[in-house]
Design a binder for this molecule. Structure first.
Ligand code: ATP
Length: 617
């Protein structure tokens, strides 16, 4: 059987490839610059084994220029260049990467190179914006130079040409403007500058361009006149801050980088500079902002870190690098070990990314714990801004994130009169105490006066005051801390236990209140308060409020009205037991007052007020 080769309509294939791989036309410049950088790298690696070649840094750079009249953009490098054969092989064959071969050769000698190219397609992205591309090139060590040209992706030509020194000069003849695309946009020095800074800022070699400047024409003149002149400027900053050693960097370097990258208008509260070498190597700088980003609470806020591979920006917001609990963290990650997909836009597979994300999460947690231990004030400031985000993450994971994050929580303590951690509460627990008590309400002051807390306080038991509406939901999904169950002071202790002897008074009060309460009963824990409202079962009164507010849900907590038998008001009720009208009046009043204490609305405020007037009168 004769084996036949596939045939392909190369023009069609090329068009398909170019237009389907890249979603963003502007990346053509990133690809040409990356190729130029690889070509200079090859000179560098050559110099390591070639005695005759001295790698003088100043001789190696990339230069971009454009011609508005001709509508061309040129990217020139002083790299290794290409021979006629190289041109034919590398630019004449789709998906052939001379650079990958070079990297593989180095690998055979156990050398690694931070080289960018690997797929053998980047060059063709030129055709996203150009109708014609010409490549003038001379290989290092060769006498002859060559001109490769291709128009409308329809084949290419190679002819001998003139060029003084080694390197490559690629000229793009821009496509005609269309209704959708204005290619002339690229013929603007500020546009090019911003593309370089965005995608190629950390290419190791200088990327230069003539930039327009102004100066005063005549210093002596009374009214100064300005004139324009051009100056060759390096557009990229080359060495990224995250590749420098920590010891080289001052606080202000980190703070400046935070502002330069527009991570926030505030100053960072702290930062973590990571350099991991291992199965997956990466470097990162992570910032914890001082204040919430201005759009943090809006739907348009997107979490994520900037992701670089070998100094080339791959993604501006890589969501997968950050868990929801730390969605406020800003920063950058750079790794050589990522498997990029061909467009360098998304990642081929997630394994490396998952390893990095896990590692980053652990680093953030340990940094926060360190802050909690060493700089409590700073931590409290952090927690004020972002504590809720961490709590929501625990709640939304149905408690799965609990073990990881629970020691980052702070809640106000009734005893310490300041926020404490769960661990601190745990350590302070009484020997026979088997529950972690909490109380909920709109503010510390309000909670502090809740009658339900009196009993515990008299026994010197600490209570956590929860003022954030999410708090109780979080504790409910957590269930316990170090095997100590969370227990609300507003939750009935022994739910629904039938009393041995039925209390006639309480029965009557229950009848008056109807479905508003499930029971009226006596309590020993109300201190000097006559009544209090407690909840039975899982849904607390605080949760009822949040749910009604959030979801306009009519779901209600089962309420129990507890009455303090040691209070004089109880005695009064006893006396009124057989006076139906008076008992109704007082029962309703006391119930509504208990509702008010809990922050619940009164169903009929007019009736309630009139009843009080009746008593005053
Ligand atoms: N400026 C240049 N100087 C020298 N060789 C170059 C230059 N540009 C391209 N080449 C050669 O052409 C090959 C193909 O380039 P192309 O950009 O298509 O792919 P790549 O850079 O290898 O991989 P990737 O698609 O990942 O960018 C390169 O591997 C390199 O051998």
């Amino acid at each position: 059987m004769v084996k036949r080769k596939y045939k392909a309509e190369s023009k069609r294939l090329m068009e398909l490839m170019v237009n389907s791989i890249y979603t963003n036309k502007e990346i053509f410049l990133r690809e040409l610059i990356s190729n130029a950088s690889d070509a200079i790298d090859k000179m560098y690696y050559k110099s390591l084994s070639d005695e005759n070649l001295v790698f003088n840094k100043d001789d190696y750079y990339i230069e971009i220029s454009f011609d508005k009249e001709e509508r061309t953009i040129t990217v020139r490098d002083t790299g290794i260049g290409m021979s006629e054969e190289d041109l034919d092989e590398n630019l004449g064959t789709i998906a052939k990467s001379g650079t990958l071969e070079f990297k593989n050769e180095l690998a055979k000698e156990d050398k690694t190179a931070e080289i960018i190219g690997q797929f053998g397609v980047g060059f063709y992205s030129s055709f996203l914006v150009a109708k014609k591309v010409s490549v003038l090139t001379k290989k290092y060590g060769d006498d002859k130079a060559w001109l490769w040209e291709s128009e409308d992706v329809e084949g290419y030509s190679i002819e001998e040409a003139e060029k003084d020194s080694h390197g490559t000069e690629i000229t793009l003849y821009l496509k005609d403007n269309t209704e959708d695309d204005n290619f002339d946009d690229f013929l603007n020095e500020y546009r090019i500058e911003s593309l370089v800074k965005n995608y190629s800022n950390y290419i190791r070699y200088p990327i230069k361009m003539l930039m327009t400047k102004t100066k005063v024409k005549d210093e002596e003149a009374e009214t100064p006149e300005y004139e324009e002149y051009k100056e060759l400027e390096t557009l990229n900053s080359m060495i990224p801050i995250w590749k420098k050693n920590k010891s080289e960097l001052k606080d202000e370097d980190y703070i400046n980088f935070y502002h330069d990258q527009h991570y926030g208008f505030d100053n960072p509260l702290t930062w973590i500079h990571i350099n991991v070498e291992g199965a997956v190597s990466y470097r990162a700088i992570l910032y914890i902002p001082e204040a919430q980003p201005f759009d943090f609470r809006s739907k348009s806020y997107k979490k994520g870190l900037q992701l670089y591979s070998n100094g080339v920006l791959i993604m501006d917001k890589c969501e997968k690098l950050l868990p929801d609990s730390f969605s406020f963290v800003k920063g950058v990650v750079d790794s050589e070990d990522l498997s990029l997909n061909i467009s360098r836009e998304i990642l081929q597979e997630d394994r490396q990314l998952r390893v990095i994300a896990k590692n980053i999460e652990n680093k953030i947690i340990s940094e926060l714990k360190k802050m909690l231990k060493n700089d409590r004030e700073k931590y409290e400031k952090f927690y004020e801004s972002f504590g809720q985000t961490i709590k929501i993450a625990v709640y939304e994971s149905y408690g799965m994130e609990k073990d990881k994050l629970q020691d980052l929580f702070l809640f106000y303590s009734s005893k310490e009169k300041k926020p404490i951690t769960l661990e601190e509460y745990f350590k302070n627990m009484k020997e026979d105490q088997d529950k972690i008590y909490y109380a909920t309400g709109s503010s510390i002051e309000v909670i502090d006066k809740l009658p339900q807390g009196s009993g515990l306080k008299s026994k010197d038991i600490e209570i956590l005051y929860l003022t954030d509406p999410i708090d109780e939901f979080v504790l409910k999904v957590m269930g316990s801390y170090k095997e100590k169950e969370f227990s609300s002071i507003s939750q009935e202790l022994e739910s629904g236990k039938e009393e041995e002897t039925k209390d006639e008074l309480f029965e009557k009060m229950k009848t008056i209140l109807g479905d508003e309460v499930v029971e009226v009963k006596a309590s020993e824990n109300l201190g000097d308060n006559p009544v209090a409202l407690l909840s039975r079962g899982d849904l607390s009164i605080e949760m009822e409020k949040v749910l009604q507010y959030q979801e306009n849900n009519q779901i209600k907590a089962q309420k129990v009205l507890e009455v303090n038998k040691n209070h004089s008001i109880y005695k009064k009720l006893e006396d009124l037991k057989d006076n139906e009208e008076e008992l109704k009046l007082y029962t309703n009043l006391l119930y509504n007052q208990a509702r008010l204490i809990e922050g619940l609305p009164i169903e009929d405020p007019v009736e309630y007020t009139k009843n009080i007037w009746k008593l005053i009168d």
